[in-house]
Structures are given as structure tokens and as C-alpha cells.
Write a protein that binds this ligand. Structure first.
Ligand SMILES: Cc1ncc(COP(=O)(O)O)c(C=O)c1O
Length: 457
């Protein structure tokens, strides 16, 4: 009989969860359902930097939930604002009706956005923000009388959510291959990850800005620039495993878009709200897109919400072109500008500013970088890359078992080290709440280090 106390603990935890929660009916998203339900990882509460599990362990949150709880869990000002709104008015129809919180939330977001991007279209998620922006881009060109521009360009390994528009411009094979061709007329630019030249880059990699030239030299030459409506990119690719753009790369994309009248959309669902130490990645890079997609940190994840932040000129094109008293943009959701989401967003943006959380992220970034790069040279580590408070740690896969190594690190960090990390493929992605301190950073990295060192194969 196995005498290992860890095995007993595992059996006990599993029985405990199975006795308390019926896991049968919930079909979990982006989850290995059968594997999860065999040994559920359950959170029951959260505060600040920590989750509490159903067996009362405190789990250090190394992922800000899912890249979204930027101000830390359970911030009282945000919770209070949502409760107050729920007590005042639960819902108002967003089509042909309004309520003050929606206009206030839009103003707060416009004030935080890069100059010139000041018209806000609300939705409920990052996926909806992406599909909204793509539709807005297509309709914008039509409104200008340039209806030939119907092509959309994304990037290999890009993640733009799970709507049909998002998976069409996205470039993660697993997210696309089961769902048919999605949208026609879409093409993809090569991603700029180049480990042989840029391994262990601290901040922006030196090599690879020329990959942006392929947009002009290959894709626009192939399709004819006058047919292209928009290019959509994540300024730092997150979900694919943290691909940081090389120096000068995003600036080149902006120049090419300008040259040919193509709209540049930044998908800032992850990079928005302080992840890089600035409000948006657009601020960090000094590159202003025509539209920004955002979600996640917009409400600190307390209530689902997404938004497209558009240049005023794009908005005005719609207003000028549509017949008087006609709806200008045939698009929207029942829950666009939902009162609870607006209340959460107004309070969240206020917390970011009053607690100077973006500056705090910038201040903690060097310690985060140093800690992450201390993993260099440990068994199985192939690359470490970082920017702001996000980093990717790429591992050598176990031969013949892609993803298994990173998944084991994830599980052992959770069960043995009481630390939540996120993995994609064989890459660990860390993106803690912006309130993380140096001791917590060191604990997060020490946990990963301990697990890696103990993995024999
Ligand atoms: C860059 C990017 N775009 C879009 C999305 C989709 O957001 P949601 O899951 O809220 O639909 C994500 C989610 O991680 C993302 O990282």
C-alpha cells in the first residue's frame, strides 16, 4: 500500500470536492473537463493577491485571475459601486435608451485612452470587442464609399477571442481547426518570436523589426493594399505564450498602415490597464492605433465588460454618412453598457488612478524581470521573455508529449506550492495583479524554480 502522505492528501481532497460539489453538469470552457473533474481545483473566495481553495489553502495569484484582476481581488470601492448600482437600477435597455452610468463610464475610459481615441462602444467581453472592431472597420470603409476594402489581416499565433471574427484573424491552430473556414478574405502576418536570435531578451527584443516589412512586401503585394480594411495585432501577444514585439516593429506596422489607408487595431484585452506600466500598450510603445479593443481589467473582472475605443474621426464618419435619424452602426448587445458593468468600470478606473497602480506596475517591473530571468539555466528552461508585469517562461517539451511538462508544473505549483500560474503549450505565462510586492514575486518564481528542479525527465 502507498504510504506517501501526498497521495492520501490528494485522495482526501478529491473525495471532499466530489462530496460537496456536483461537477456533472457544467461544461467548462478551455478546460480538460474529464481531467479536471477527476481532481477538481476549486476556489471559494478571493482577497487581494490570494485565492482561498475549498480546502482552505491560500493560493498566491500569479495570473491576475485570467489576466484581468489588475487591482487585486475584492477591491472594496469596486464592490461597493456595483452594489450601489444594483440597488438603484438593475438594467436599462441600451438600444434607443440610455442611463447616466454608461455615459460616465465612456467618459472615464476616453479620458484614460491615448489622445484622439475618445469614442467608446461597449460590449461584454474581449471576443465581442474584437468582433465589434472588425465590423466597425469594414463598415467605416463602406461609409467612406470605399467598399472594396473587405480584407482583414491578423497574425500567426494571435489570440483575438473566440467569435468567428476573432478566430478568423487569430492564428492559434487549435482554436480554429474544428470550426471551418470562419471568415473569407483573411490573411496572417508571421509572428515575431525568434528564440534563436532573441532568447532571454529583457524587455523588447533586439532582432526582428524587419518581420513587419513582410506586411507590405508579401501580404499587401499579394492582396493589393486597396482591398485591405484593417490589421489587428496584440501589441504583446499574450495567450500564445507572451511574444514581445522587437524594437521598432509596431512603429513599422503603423507606418505601413498609414501609407495605404489601412486601419490599425490594437487588441489590448491583456495589455490594457497597466500591464506594461502604462494605461495602454499604445502609450508604452508611443504608437497610436485607430482602435483599441479592451475588456478584462476594464472592470477588474468584477462584472464582464468589453469596449472598443475608436478614433473620433471613425465615429464621425458614421455620424456624417448615415441618413438623418437613422441608426448609424447596426451593431450592439442587450448588455452593452450594462449598469453594473458601468458602475464597476467607473470605480475600477478611479482605483487605478487614485492608487497609481500603473506607476506601481512600472516600479515593480525590474524586480519581476530579475526574478523571472533567475530561472535561466534551470532544467527544461528554453527561454524567458518579459515586459512590464508579464513574462513567458518557455520550457523544453517532453519528447512526444507536447504541453505535458508545463501542465505538470502548473498542477504541482497549485497543489504543492499554493501558487496559481498559467500555461499555454509548454510556456508558463505570468501576469500577476499590479499590487504584487517583491516578496510575492520572489515566492512565485521560487515555486516554479522548485518544481522545475525536482522534475527529473
Ligand atoms: C488579446 C485578447 N483578445 C481577446 C480575448 C478574448 O477575451 P474574452 O475571453 O473576454 O472574450 C483575449 C482573452 O484572453 C485576449 O487575450
Amino acid at each position: 500500500m502507498n504510504q506517501n502522505p501526498q497521495v492520501f492528501q490528494t485522495i482526501f481532497q478529491t473525495i471532499f470536492v466530489l462530496m460537496t460539489t456536483d461537477t456533472t453538469h457544467y461544461w467548462m470552457p478551455f478546460t480538460a473537463n474529464r481531467q479536471f473533474k477527476a481532481r477538481p481545483r476549486m476556489m471559494k473566495s478571493a482577497a487581494g493577491m490570494y485565492y482561498t481553495t475549498d480546502d482552505d489553502r491560500q493560493i498566491l495569484d500569479g495570473t491576475a485571475g485570467l489576466w484581468c484582476v489588475n487591482a487585486g481581488h475584492g477591491h472594496p470601492k469596486i464592490i461597493e459601486s456595483v452594489i450601489r448600482q444594483a440597488e438603484t437600477m438593475d438594467f436599462a435597455p441600451p438600444f434607443q435608451m440610455g442611463h447616466p452610468a454608461a455615459f460616465d463610464a465612456a467618459r472615464s475610459l476616453a479620458e484614460m485612452a491615448p489622445k484622439g481615441l475618445n469614442r467608446i462602444f461597449f460590449c461584454n467581453s474581449g471576443s465581442e470587442a474584437v468582433d465589434t472592431a472588425l465590423k466597425m472597420a469594414l463598415a467605416y470603409h463602406r461609409m467612406r464609399g470605399d467598399s472594396l476594402r473587405t480584407r482583414l489581416i491578423g497574425r500567426e499565433r494571435g489570440y483575438h477571442g473566440v467569435g468567428f471574427g476573432g478566430i478568423a484573424v487569430g492564428g492559434i491552430a487549435g482554436n480554429r481547426k474544428h470550426f471551418g473556414p470562419a471568415l473569407p478574405g483573411v490573411d496572417h502576418l508571421r509572428h515575431p518570436l525568434d528564440i534563436p536570435r532573441n532568447a532571454y531578451s529583457r524587455g523588447l527584443p533586439e532582432h526582428g523589426a524587419e518581420i513587419a516589412d513582410e506586411f507590405e512586401q508579401r501580404l499587401l503585394a499579394l492582396h493589393d493594399p486597396t482591398t485591405v480594411a484593417a490589421l489587428i495585432v496584440e501589441p504583446v501577444q499574450g495567450s500564445t505564450g507572451v511574444i514581445v514585439p522587437p524594437k521598432g516593429y509596431l512603429q513599422k506596422l503603423r507606418t505601413i498602415c498609414d501609407k495605404y489607408g489601412i486601419l490599425l487595431i490594437f487588441d489590448e484585452v491583456i495589455t490594457g490597464f497597466g500591464r506594461l506600466g502604462t494605461a495602454f500598450a499604445a502609450d508604452y510603445f508611443g504608437v497610436v492605433p485607430d482602435m483599441i479593443c479592451c475588456a478584462k481589467g476594464l472592470t477588474n473582472a468584477v462584472v464582464p465588460m468589453g469596449a472598443v475605443i475608436a478614433k473620433q474621426s471613425i465615429h464621425d464618419t458614421f455620424m456624417d454618412a448615415a441618413p438623418e435619424n437613422a441608426i448609424e452602426f447596426y451593431h450592439g448587445y442587450t448588455y452593452s453598457g450594462h449598469p453594473l458593468a458601468c458602475a464597476a468600470s467607473i470605480a475600477t478606473l478611479d482605483v487605478y488612478q487614485s492608487e497609481k497602480l500603473f506607476a506601481r506596475a512600472a516600479l515593480m517591473a525590474p524586480a519581476f524581470e530579475a526574478a523571472a530571468h533567475s530561472l535561466r539555466g534551470l532544467p527544461h528552461v528554453k527561454d524567458v521573455r518579459n515586459l512590464g508585469l508579464v513574462c513567458g517562461i518557455e520550457l523544453e517539451p517532453i519528447p512526444g508529449k507536447p504541453t505535458a511538462r508545463a501542465y505538470e508544473v502548473f498542477e504541482r505549483c497549485f497543489w504543492e506550492e499554493n501558487v496559481l500560474i498559467r500555461t499555454t503549450g509548454d510556456i508558463i505565462a505570468l501576469s500577476p495583479p499590479l499590487i504584487i510586492d517583491e516578496e510575492q514575486i520572489n515566492r512565485l518564481i521560487a515555486a516554479i524554480s522548485k518544481v522545475l528542479v525536482s522534475m527529473i525527465k
